[in-house]
Write a protein that binds this ligand. Structure first.
Ligand SMILES: N[C@@H](CCC(=O)N[C@@H](CS)C(=O)NCC(=O)O)C(=O)O
Length: 237
């Protein structure tokens, strides 16, 4: 069975486990501490980052893009029979998401209102691009390309799942102003792949890091009515 070397709240890891969940490919997860990386991991990981995939024959694969492509090649395609052109388009949409994973992390970790709003505004640009694409294709959902779950959904899933948790706990919507993206997020959440692709205590681990005393989002005691993105009906913890 494949093994994924993981860190609980890493979005790059979640993209890989989400793909495995979507395809029903069995896998094991091995968690490591990134502040105290074990020697066996450093010995097999060229850049010391997770995710790392250990194949059935024990080969270590690194870089989530390469791992996702490997999984696609060795298992049933998530979306059978798509053309080379469509694959290239899907990869491009996927890169748009994955290139912004770390930026979403730093947005959520913002220490004050000004940084949060400035970063959220910048992050919004990719959600607005997805909104335009969904509008152009007269999106009926529930997934990015309509009725069939694709690699694009899997690449965006960590962003959309984490935006969902932030909204649930704080009322702050990173997707504000992009109604079709919000519908798409609901479609993804309903698959339960987001929940299955992380550990049972993910939401706690995620919240203690991103909604801690050190972050602006973690310090909402009352409805943050001073925040434009707040949906008043849901913003109290
Ligand atoms: N380009 C890498 C990025 C992976 C990455 O940034 N992983 C982070 C955790 S989310 C990590 O391992 N950080 C530890 C380190 O860089 O030392 C990929 O796509 O796999």
């Amino acid at each position: 069975m494949m093994k994924i070397v993981s860190f609980k709240i890493c979005p790059f890891v979640q993209r890989v486990t989400a793909l495995l969940e979507a395809k029903n490919v069995p896998y094991e997860v091995v968690y490591i501490s990134l502040s105290n990386k074990p020697k066996w991991f450093l010995d097999i990981s060229p850049h010391g980052q997770v995710p790392l995939l250990l194949t059935q024959s024990g080969t270590a694969l690194f870089e989530s893009d390469a791992i996702v492509e490997y999984i696609d090649e060795v298992s049933e395609p998530i979306e059978p029979g798509i053309s080379a052109e469509q694959k290239a388009i899907d990869r491009a949409w996927s890169y748009m998401a994955t290139k912004n994973y770390l930026y979403q992390c730093s947005t959520m970790r913002s220490a004050d209102k000004a940084s949060l709003e400035q970063r959220a505004e910048k992050l919004s640009k990719i959600f607005a691009k997805a909104e335009t694409a969904l509008t152009q294709q007269a999106h009926q959902g529930p997934y990015f390309k309509g009725g069939m779950l694709s690699n694009v959904d899997i690449a965006w899933l960590p962003l959309l799942h984490r935006a969902h948790i932030i909204f649930k706990h704080t009322g702050y919507n990173l997707l504000a102003g992009n109604p079709k993206v919000i519908l798409w997020q609901q479609g993804i959440m309903q698959t339960s792949i987001p929940q299955k692709s992380v550990s049972a205590d993910f939401e706690n681990a995620f919240s203690s890091f991103y909604l801690s005393k050190d972050t602006y989002l973690g310090n909402f005691e009352d409805c943050p009515s001073n925040i434009d993105r707040c949906n008043q009906s849901q913003c109290c913890k």
